[in-house]
Design a protein around this ligand. Structure first.
Ligand code: GLA
Length: 391
């Protein structure tokens, strides 16, 4: 057990005095394929070595008793019910949302105790919320013998976020955190949920995340608005071809043909999504041939699409990406996740990491007055039980 896991374990024992199941559930990065998941497109995420640890155990009190060791040691209790309401405590809603969606799906979830804590930076676009939801659904599946497979779990976790929390996310984050595999990225087809692992481990290149420190809640309207704009594009195009159900069914020629049948902004949103799907495919080809330079070029193209056509970037993200454009030691950079703040993901030369971060820090500070926060992340495994015996 690492320090975090021991801390969660001892908090659990102090509060509940029973032996829990210990689960580790990771955050994720996404190399390329942004805002494509809810458009049935392609994504290329990976689970990382930053995670949430949960200690979880059934109780006979008919209560859900939750304790977050990170969030000022907040504690809350909710009675078991067949209809759940928002708790008024932000983090608790991700847990109760999962219980709610399991109940709606017909599973009988009894009382349980849960203590959790982690090192996934919150609100930074690394999917701390998916890590938590996944840990809960994974734990409850074991505790109450629900026999869910990883795809069922990803669907429940996503629907908790969509239907309970109110964020209309796609399935990428939940899927990636559950399916993570050491040193591999996951090419996921969000239409069929078919996926393929691609090796991603290089002696000389690593993943550097640069956090703008700008936070904007995705539960807010901007993310959901993008989703509606894409739906509007699909609605227009499906009038010309009724077989079109999502942007995945649209080819670039058809979109071009109907450019003037839709508002310009809707056209740009759709165009970005089609372009990004093509970029994911190309990026995977570059991975297979070990061509990280061209892979990195696709990351820059993705960023400029997100900035100009999809408009989900922000000044600070753009500055972080721009700084790296002329740096030979940075192969690729882009904003990552929902956008409007959070992190950029950068592929960088490992041996020069301190020069790279020093230059980014100083230029970012001069341009914004803010200090970036850096994380070098490794690709890790998906949600799993931590050494049961030691627990
Ligand atoms: C957030 C959502 C994901 C995905 C990304 C953008 O992380 O949770 O489902 O849409 O934004 O790619």
């Amino acid at each position: 057990m690492n320090r975090l896991q021991s801390e969660v374990m001892s908090s659990f024992k102090r509060r509940f005095n029973s032996k829990p199941l210990l689960i580790s559930s990771p955050g994720r990065v996404n190399l390329i394929g942004e805002h494509t998941d809810y458009n049935n497109g392609f994504v290329l995420p990976a689970a990382i070595d930053k995670s949430i640890t949960l200690a979880i155990s059934p109780n006979s009190a008919k209560m859900i008793r939750l304790h977050s060791v990170d969030m000022n040691n907040e504690y809350c209790e909710i009675p078991i019910s067949d209809k759940y309401k928002k708790t008024g405590i932000h983090w608790a809603d991700y847990v109760i949302g999962v219980v709610d969606q399991l109940s709606i799906a017909g599973f009988n979830i009894g009382g349980f105790d849960c203590v959790f804590g982690g090192d996934v930076p919150i609100g930074a676009g690394l999917s701390s919320s998916a890590a938590l939801e996944n840990g809960v659904v994974f734990g409850l599946s074991k505790l109450f013998a629900l026999d869910l497979n990883l795809i069922d779990m990803a669907r429940i976790a996503m629907s908790a976020e969509n239907n309970f929390v109110g964020m209309q996310c796609g399935i990428m984050d939940q899927f990636a955190s559950l399916h993570g595999k050491q040193n591999s990225v996951i090419k996921l087809d969000c239409k069929t949920l078919d996926f393929e692992y691609f090796p991603f481990a290089f002696d000389d290149v690593c993943i550097l995340l640069c956090d703008t420190t700008v936070r904007r809640s995705l539960t807010g309207s901007d993310y959901n608005t993008r989703r509606q704009e894409c739906d509007l594009g699909v609605h227009v195009l499906s009038q010309f071809d009724p077989s079109i159900q999502s942007l995945r069914d649209v080819n670039p020629e058809l979109l071009q043909l109907h450019k003037y049948d839709m508002f310009e902004v809707i056209y740009r949103r759709c165009k970005y999504v089609l372009d990004e799907n093509i970029r994911v495919e190309a990026a995977c080809d570059h991975l297979l041939t070990g061509n990280l330079k061209d892979f990195g070029a696709k990351m820059y193209e993705s960023h400029y699409g997100l900035k100009n056509d999809y408009e989900v970037s922000c000044k600070e993200l753009d500055i972080l990406v721009d700084i790296t454009e002329t740096m030979d030691d940075v192969l690729g950079a882009r904003m990552m996740g929902g956008g409007f703040g959070g992190c950029t993901i950068n592929l960088v030369k490992r041996e020069n990491i301190s020069d790279i971060t020093a230059k980014i820090r100083s230029e970012y500070h001069s341009a914004t007055g803010k200090d970036p926060v850096f994380h070098v992340v490794n690709i890790g495994s998906g949600t799993h039980i931590v050494d049961d015996e030691m627990a």
